[in-house]
Design a protein around this ligand. Structure first.
Ligand SMILES: *Cc1c(COP(=O)(O)O)cnc(C)c1O
Length: 366
């Protein structure tokens, strides 16, 4: 089977993980701090706070900004559901908005009119490794005095106009899940240039505690969202190869798009000229739900793993029931949910695999 992804775990990761295990220092050690500094330095952020997942990062972002009951948060409808779920979990209301049909990212013209006095923040998502139109997001957010929390779970290394995803808003959230560009198995990180905010995030991730004069003080009601040194050790090794891994993904995407051009029933990914797309996912848009589903099964029979792109939040049972959404409430997102398809992409994907996958797609009777 050609898998959707194979996490890039090499000898260096194995060696450094064993070192951590032998050291006995499993959590809250220097490894986590080193990993944080490496990512902060790479992205040009003043502060980085490692946590146990991308979802934990998003959750802490809302908690640290005191977003809760009575507040509203703008969230694009087409995203991994965690982006909206965390808003529900803190007791605030996600205000879903439709997406741009080409980039699959938040459509700024459709969200500005949804802002009310209760709107506290917006969570632009850089989906599949391509930055949202951040200049427009930031301009509108400034106009309405909103916090900008970037969901950069898919977008480590991605850029817009030369600016890095995750450090353009007030807070940025990364994920290191195995489907992402860099993986620590589970893991995530928050980025910010605001030192007091970073301090609060560090307390929230560790039971609301602060270390003072060799004593632990419990100052807030926090959580345990810590990252282990084993995870950080893996992350450090992959950070050393990050640019090469991204380049490899971009090269694979370019080949796919070249070899798949001219097929009338599918669209290859659109790349915004201002964006550096890192291709966390390579997403095709098919002409219908039925051909998309048939192509996924067809490819599986040919031992190629393909999957849907991601979810339209308003169509998930919890949101549909709670807010009485209809399918045409967010038409662009609903279409993308029905018609998108992810192909295998990871740095180790071989040329012959790409050619085999393309050949099978060309043989498919749409
Ligand atoms: C993966 C992902 C998340 C969640 O990250 P986890 O590390 O799996 O918790 C959130 N938002 C988006 C857009 C994602 O792709």
């Amino acid at each position: 089977m050609i898998k959707l992804t194979i996490p890039p775990i090499g000898k260096q990761e194995l060696r450094s993980v064993v070192e951590v295990l032998k050291s006995g220092q499993l959590i809250q050690g220097k490894k986590v701090e080193d990993f944080e500094s490496m990512v902060a330095h790479y992205l040009g952020a003043k502060e980085a706070v490692a946590v146990s997942s991308g979802t934990a990062a998003l959750h802490l972002a809302l908690l640290a900004l005191d977003i809760g009951p009575g507040d509203q948060v703008i969230v694009p409808d087409f995203t991994y559901p965690a982006t909206a779920n965390v808003v529900e979990v803190v007791g605030a209301k996600p205000i879903l908005v439709d997406i741009d049909k080409d980039t699959f990212n938040i459509n700024v013209s459709s969200w500005e009119r949804k802002i009310t006095k209760r709107t506290k923040a917006i969570i632009p998502v850089h989906l599949f490794g391509q930055s949202a139109d951040m200049p427009s997001v930031l301009k509108a957010a400034r106009r309405h005095n909103l916090f900008v929390i970037e969901d950069a779970a898919c977008a480590l290394g991605a850029e817009y106009n030369g600016l890095k995803c995750g450090v353009m808003g007030h807070l940025g959230c990364l994920s290191f899940h195995p489907r992402k560009i860099l993986t620590t198995i589970e893991g995530g990180m928050l980025l910010t240039n605001n030192a007091p905010l970073a301090k609060k995030l560090k307390m929230l991730r560790n039971h609301g505690t602060r270390q003072k004069d060799n004593k632990v003080e419990f100052l807030m009601a926090g959580l345990n969202y810590r990252m282990s040194n084993i995870q950080a050790a893996m992350g450090i090794e992959q950070m050393k190869r990050l640019d090469r891994m991204i380049l490899k993904r971009q090269q694979i995407a370019k080949k796919y798009s070249q070899y798949l051009s001219g097929i009338p029933w599918l669209k290859t990914p659109f790349v915004d000229h201002a964006a550096k797309h890192t291709f966390q996912s390579y997403i095709l848009l098919m002409d219908s739900l039925s051909s998309r589903n048939r192509l996924i099964s067809f490819l599986r029979k040919k031992r190629i793993e393909a999957n849907i792109g991601t979810y339209a939040v308003h169509l998930l049972p919890y949101y549909r029931h709670k807010y009485h959404f209809q399918k045409n409430d967010f038409p662009v997102s609903a279409e993308a949910f029905d018609r998108s398809l992810a192909l295998p992409i990871f740095p180790g994907l071989k040329d012959e695999n790409i050619k085999y996958i393309v050949k099978q797609i060309r043989n498919f009777d749409a």
